[in-house]
Design a protein around this ligand. Structure first.
Ligand code: 13P
Length: 246
């Protein structure tokens, strides 16, 4: 399976900096062995769409509304994202769950909206440090993924999953390749029970992935790519991670 390296810019960037970053990325990614995406703040989708069209870099959003259309001030629908040729949408990132109170049910509904619009949701799951220390890692990630599987049934083979341990995000503390692989294997088994196509569902790792640790993480049998935060904002680092994904 081709790996996927997706950058999550989070709430970073401006028009000038985006143009420079993308120019550096585009000149560095000729003939990549993996799929590549940048998930940019919604206000920059139009700008980045123009810059990446015709290149190997695909466009992603960082969230999508659980509603179809109508009186939902501030929300952005899946069909609006589709208007800008958005290929991926991150859904249920731990920062959305934590700071915006997103529930498993809301995340599942968002996944449904993305799939209905032909956008591939990158569904994030992951445990907090307290949950890991309490031995609840498996229980938490399985509960988060189960909600998405339950609500989206036969379409589930169209999703991408991202395992992002909350304690590893932006902290410089990466899960060891063994720790990550262990959880990825649990998620793969759960997907296998839900669809005969589980083997082709990409399961990404996210959480302090960088140029130095990417190769080792990506060498694990069930790690099919990366969801990269901080290191996706520096072109040389992101390019090194892309080069490690083959
Ligand atoms: P960092 O790579 O900055 O730890 O962020 C990971 C992440 O949250 C990607 O979605």
């Amino acid at each position: 399976m081709k790996k996927l390296i997706a950058g999550n810019w989070k709430m970073n960037g401006d028009v000038a900096a985006n143009a420079v970053l993308l120019q550096e990325l585009l000149s560095g990614v000729r003939d990549p062995a993996c799929a590549i995406a940048v998930c940019v703040p919604a206000v920059y989708l139009a700008q980045v769409q123009v810059l990446v069209t015709g290149s190997p870099i695909e466009l992603g959003a960082q969230d999508v509304s659980a509603h179809e259309a109508g009186a939902y001030t501030g929300e952005i629908s899946a069909t609006m994202l589709k208007d800008f040729a958005v290929r991926y949408a991150i859904v249920g990132h731990s920062e959305r769950r934590q700071y915006h109170g997103e529930s498993d049910a809301q995340v599942a509904a968002k996944v449904g909206r993305a799939l209905a619009a032909g956008i591939t949701p990158i569904v994030c799951v992951g445990e907090t440090l307290a949950e890991r220390e309490a031995g609840k890692t498996e229980e938490v990630v399985k509960r988060q993924l189960a909600a998405v599987i339950h609500a989206n049934g036969h379409c589930i083979s169209e999703i991408v999953v991202a395992y992002e341990p909350v304690w590893a995000i932006g902290t410089g503390k990466t899960a060891t390749p063994e720790q990550a692989q262990q959880v990825h294997a649990v998620l793969r088994a759960q997907l296998k029970a839900a669809t005969p196509q589980a083997q082709r569902i990409q399961i990404l790792y996210g959480g302090s992935m960088n140029a130095a640790n990417a190769a080792e993480l990506l060498a694990q049998p069930d790690i099919d790519g990366g969801l990269v935060g901080g290191a996706s904002l520096k072109a040389p680092d992101f390019l090194k991670i892309i080069a490690a994904a083959h």
